[in-house]
Design a protein around this ligand. Sequence first.
Ligand code: ATP
Ligand code: MG
Length: 442
Amino acid sequence: MTKEYWIGDVNSGSHDNSEVELKGWVYRARGSNKIWFMVLRDSTGTVQCVIKRDAVGEENFESLRNALIESSVIIRGIASPTDREHGHEIQVTSGEVVGPVNPDRPFPITESAMAESDGGETEFLLDHRHLYLRTGRMTTMLKLRSTVFGAIHSYFRDRDFIEYQAPNFVAGAVEGGSTLFEVPYFGRKAYLTQSWQLYAEAAMPALERLYTMAPSFRAEKSRTRRHLTEFWHAEMEIAWASNSEVMEHGEGVVRHIARTLLDERSDELTSLERDLDLIASYADSEYPRMRYDEAIEILQGKGVEVEWGQDLDYSKEKILTADFEVPHFLTHYPRVAKPFYHRPDPDDSKYVLCHDLLAPEGYGEIIGGGERTWSEAEILERIKEENAPMEAYEFYVDVRRYGGVPHGGFGLGVDRVCTWLAGAEHIREAIPFPRDSRRVTP
Ligand code: ATP
Ligand code: MG
C-alpha cells in the first residue's frame, strides 16, 4: 500500500507527461455526466483530476462521480501542465474509491461553515475539530507548528544543551497556587506541573545546560486569546549564567525559529498572508531591552491606569507592544510582582533579575525567565516571604545546600510563538486540540 506519488511533486512539475498513481481525499467535485472534475487533496497540496466517461469506462466513471467530499480515493492518470500559471492536471485513466462517505452523512464542514468561521473559532468547528484538522488553514498551521518544534530542538542541541525530562505529577507550585490543577493521588493530593523549572534546577549541577519541550498545565479560569490550560512549554536552564546571558538564548531561539520558518515554510506563511519581510526582521534584528520602570512610564504616558509594582497583564502588554517593530525584553520587575525563585537584584533588592520577552503586533509575552535565587539563605528567606509550604520545596533548597551556583533559565510558550508568527488571532488556532476551562472534547 506504499504511496509513491505526491500531489506537491505533481504541482512542482516532477512528473510532467508521465503516469502517476495518486492517493488522497476528494476536496471538491463538479461536472456533467460525461466529464467530472475532481480536486484531489493529500498532505502536500491539491490538484484537479479530469475524469472522462469515454476514457475511464462506465463503471469507473460512476463510482468516482459518486465519491462525496472527503471520500478517500486512488486515481491513476497522466500528469500534465495546464495553461494556468504553475497549474497541473491529471488526465485520469482509472481510479477507485477506498473509503466512501455515506450520502446520509456528508462531510459536515462545508464551505459555508468555513466562511462563517473566523479562523476555526465557531463552536461548531471546535466541536468538529477532529475533522477540521484536515482543512487547508489548519493543515498549514500544523506544518508551521512542526517546523517551530524542530527549530527549538535544533537551536538547543546545536549548542550542546541536553534534553531532560521532569515529572508531570508534582507536589508543589511553581507559578502560584491559583492555577494549579489538583489530581487525586492514591489518597493524597498531587498537582499537574506548571513548569519543568524546579526539577531542571535539580539537574543543573549535573548537566549545566539543559532544555525540554513538554506540556505544562495551568488552571486558567479566564478564557483569553493567549491562554490554554494545557500548553507546550520550551524551557531551558543554564549554570554559571546571568540574566543577560539567558536573554541572549531567548533572543537566539526566537530568531532561529523565525529564520527556520522562512527557510522551510515560506509558502505556508504566504498562504496565511504573512509578510515575509516582517518575519525576516524578526529573524535578523536585535531585540531591545527595556526596564520595567520605563515600560510603566510609557504606559502612564499613554494614560493607562497602572501602578508601579503590578505585574503587567495582557491588556497592558497589548498597548505597549502595539508600537514595537520587533520583540522587546522587559527586565527588572519589582520583587513583589514575581514568584520566590527570582533572584533579587544585588544592586537594588526592590527588583528581581528577570525578563519577559514581548512579541510585537500586540501579541505580548512569549518568554518569561531570569536568574534564580541560588544561595541557601536567600531561598529560605524568599520561601518564607511568600508563605510557601516548605516540605514541597525541601529538594529545591537542597540544590542550594550542596554547591549552589549562579544560574538561570526561561520558559517559552510554543503555542504563543506559533500564534504570533502565523499571525493568528487566537492561540486555539495554533494547536490541534485546544484545552481551556470550557473544553476537553473532542
Ligand atoms: P501570562 O502572564 O501571560 O499568564 P506567565 O507570566 O504566567 O504568563 P510564565 O510563567 O512566565 O507565564 O511562563 C512562561 C511562558 O509560558 C510564557 O511567557 C508564555 O509564553 C507561556 N504560557 C504561560 N501560561 C500559558 C498558558 N496558559 N497558555 C499558553 N502559554 C502560556
Ligand atoms: Mg511571565
